[in-house]
Design a protein around this ligand. Structure first.
Ligand SMILES: [Mn+2]
Length: 322
């Protein structure tokens, strides 16, 4: 049987106009895999439009791009749509969601519970990052993992593995990183570009958010939040909230860390992190969310107090703390 990666390679060889997209409020893996696939397609002489509803976040503007990231699809004539790193099709945002089904779509993802929304689906949760899947695709298409392509892949794998600190850090992803370095990538330089991107506004937002942290179940669950008022006071965006949750997890004794972030409609998006056997994906699923065993999220339509209580209760049950 033909492997998914070789099937994707075939469909790329057969077509010539592509739209490459990922989820709104993109993280390093979403942007890294979008840009990496863009480089591969450009290298092969294909026409490619990169798209993200939120556009290009400022902290990634050092990436050497195969073309701009559009935040509108007006005039897009792609004959294949690639959706990368999206656990559900809704995460791409309304504009792209509306045209799904008007042309074939390839769904390349590593989230547990992906509903296989593409005409073609390559979903494999054993990959720690979609960028690592794109690296395998580059190998299949014999595109060398050097230069800007290598940096984009590296961005995706280090951000999704927490710089090789999460359980998802597999031998293969370490080997991929080693290969990128052997082929010329400078890890010190690229890590500095990835990490040293903080604005003073972001520091101020994090300070406010850290101050909201409360502990439950004798310190085994840590919960903090970010309101719209905090973001507007500090002139920050949802992208500035990323990673806060990973720092909450550093609290000694905390088995699960939760951050809730207020959405424009007043609902709360939540992110949960855990370690090892503590499965927080099942908790997110109770609220129609998704993710991975140790990193999951979703949305709750309630005020902050209610949203917190519901999550704490669900976590207590699920982790056996009550
Ligand atoms: Mn990812």
């Amino acid at each position: 049987m033909q492997s998914p990666v070789s099937k994707i390679a075939d469909l790329i060889r057969r077509s010539d106009r592509f739209l490459v997209s990922s989820h709104a409020n993109p993280d390093g893996d979403a942007i890294g895999s979008t840009v990496a696939l863009g480089h591969i397609l450009a290298h092969m002489g294909k026409e490619v439009v990169l798209y993200n509803r939120s556009g290009m976040p400022k902290q990634f503007d050092w990436l050497d791009m195969p073309g701009p990231i559009h935040n509108s699809l007006v005039g897009c004539e792609a004959n294949w749509i690639f959706v990368l790193d999206c656990g559900t099709q809704h995460r791409v945002g309304e504009e792209l969601f509306r045209i799904m089904g008007t042309r074939p779509m390839a769904n390349v993802d590593h989230h547990l519970g992906n509903p296989m929304f593409g005409q073609f689906n390559w979903v494999d949760e054993t990959y720690p990052a979609v960028a690592a899947m794109i690296a395998d695709l580059a190998d299949e298409l014999e595109v060398p993992l050097v230069g800007p392509l290598a940096e984009a892949i590296y961005l995706g794998i280090v951000t999704d593995t927490g710089f090789f600190t999460f359980d998802s850090t597999t031998p293969s992803v370490m080997e991929l990183a080693a290969r990128l370095i052997r082929l010329g990538l400078n890890p010190g330089l690229v890590n500095a570009k990835i990490r040293n991107q903080w604005s003073i506004n972001r520091f101020r937002l994090w300070g406010e958010s850290f101050a909201t942290t409360e502990l439950y179940f004798g310190g085994q669950v840590a919960v903090g939040f970010v309101t719209r008022a905090m973001m507007s006071r500090t002139d920050t965006t949802p992208a500035d909230c990323e990673e806060i949750v990973n720092f909450l997890r550093r609290l000694r004794g905390a088995r699960a860390a939760v951050i809730l972030r207020e959405e424009p409609d007043g609902s709360y998006k939540f992110s949960i992190r855990s370690t090892g056997k503590d499965n927080v994906q099942v908790v997110a699923a109770l609220f129609d969310g998704g993710g991975h065993r140790n990193a999951a999220g979703g949305t709750i339509s309630a005020d902050i107090q209610t949203a917190k209580e519901r999550l704490i209760e669900a976590l207590g049950e699920s982790l056996g703390l009550v």
